[in-house]
Design a protein around this ligand. Structure first.
Ligand code: PMP
Length: 404
């Protein structure tokens, strides 16, 4: 039985106060909170076996290497990659996307086409625009509709033998929309294009199976799923990772170095130059263990309950509009109140101890579509409660009263 009050005890931060009120943390789509098990893993690393990995013969180095590589195994298992060396540690989703986009510089030619969706975070737009500048490739956009869904007929029309790559998020960070990625992947493959899926927002809620999806690249950040900041992963099919050149040069990523010629290490090390975020990688593994112990089906079912409750209660406020669909989405509610700037609502609810995000959420094209400067975004996690949603609704009502 899922007991949210018991779960909350795992998160020390949830018992603190902000502005003299109990903290209500509804900015989970920006970063999730950290359970004690993950904090303990970090403390244990620095207290007991902090050492550089892979190249040391001494005991601590081998211990750190073993635990770090154990974390890679946990990540492989979680995403169901076929091979361990298809999991590359990165500093996060942004790094993973840039690694792939830079690698495609040597693959794309002038006039090739790449397709992005209208629902993307800037980190899944800008690296590809930079790739187009370098190669002369052309960026095409799958449009969205009022419901915050992608226009799949338009996607069909964009695909052709010129399409080399398609990249979209699994879940939109601004609206919570779950995109039909299996369909997107299959259609891209039918014209011979590769697909990268940005899983930054899906991973806290959904356990993706990269083999079943048959996706070419899947990327995520640990800090969205109860892990620390500054670490994440890139899954790439072996054949693709072998085709891409290294992203950065340095130690760890080489086989042999002479001034005449350097040869590169095998996967995954070819893409892991320099000393990585060792503790972060290990803590990422601990976060995955923590979430799996609760279970992703349990998490999704409970968060869906919160989403339905929050949607219903917020919509009772006159003049409040929720952007995008209210179904087939993760627990994100992006809203505005007629005539009031989202920033002002965010500031007032913060004074009442409630953390929401306001602004364009690094997804400016979505805001442009709705012709708004931004939204208030409340994003719920499995450690949030209906009472906290009541506090938010009350705070938004107060803000509305003060600002109208
Ligand atoms: N893509 C999406 C959909 C996101 O929500 C985020 C984080 N807000 C990112 C990419 C970037 O992730 P990071 O900052 O961890 O690299």
């Amino acid at each position: 039985m899922f007991d949210v009050y018991k779960i909350r005890k795992d998160f020390p931060i949830l018992s603190r106060e902000v502005n003299g009120k109990p903290l209500v943390y509804f900015d989970n789509a920006a970063t999730s909170q950290t359970p004690q098990a993950v904090i303990d893993t970090i403390v244990d690393y620095y207290s007991n076996y902090n050492a550089n990995i892979h190249r040391g013969v001494h005991y601590l180095s081998q211990e750190a290497t073993d635990v770090y590589e154990e974390a890679r195994k946990k990540i492989r298992k979680h995403f169901n990659a076929a091979r361990l060396h298809e999991i590359i540690f990165t500093s996060g989703t942004t790094h993973s996307i840039n690694l792939v986009a830079t690698g495609f510089s040597s693959i794309l030619k002038k006039g090739d086409e790449i397709i992005v969706s209208a629902l993307e975070h800037h980190s899944n737009i800008v690296p590809w625009q930079m790739l187009c500048e370098r190669t002369g490739a052309i960026l095409k956009v799958i449009p969205m509709n009022e419901e915050g869904a992608l226009e799949m007929d338009a996607y069909d029309a964009l695909l052709s033998e010129k399409t080399k790559l398609v990249f979209t998020n699994h879940v939109s960070n601004a609206l919570g929309t779950v995109n039909p990625i299996k369909q997107i992947i299959d259609k891209a493959h039918a014209v011979g294009a590769a697909v990268l899926i940005d899983g930054a927002q899906s991973c806290p809620h959904i356990k993706p199976d990269v083999q079943e999806l048959d996706v070419d690249f899947y990327v995520a950040s640990a800090h969205k799923m109860c892990g620390p900041t500054g670490v994440g992963m890139l899954y790439g099919k072996e054949e693709w990772l072998n085709k891409l050149p290294p992203y950065q040069g340095g130690g760890e990523m080489i086989a042999e170095v002479t001034f005449e010629k350097t040869t590169y290490a095998d996967l995954p090390h070819k893409f892991e130059a320099g000393t990585p975020n060792i503790c972060g990688g290990i803590a990422f593994g601990a976060a995955i263990d923590y979430m799996n112990a609760i279970g992703f089906d349990t998490i999704a079912a409970y968060e869906d309950e919160l989403l339905k409750y929050g949607t219903e209660k917020l919509l009772e406020i006159e003049g409040l509009k929720i952007y995008g669909t209210t179904e087939n989405k993760t627990s994100v509610i992006s809203f505005n109140i007629e005539g009031i700037h989202p920033y002002d609502i965010g500031t007032i609810v913060d004074k009442l101890g409630i953390a929401v995000r306001t602004g364009h959420h690094c997804a400016q094209p979505i805001m442009d579509y709705y012709k708004i400067p931004g939204t208030v975004r409340a994003s719920f996690s499995f450690y949030n409660t209906k009472e906290e949603i009541d506090a938010l609704v009350e705070a938004v009502r107060k803000a509305k009263m003060m600002l109208s």
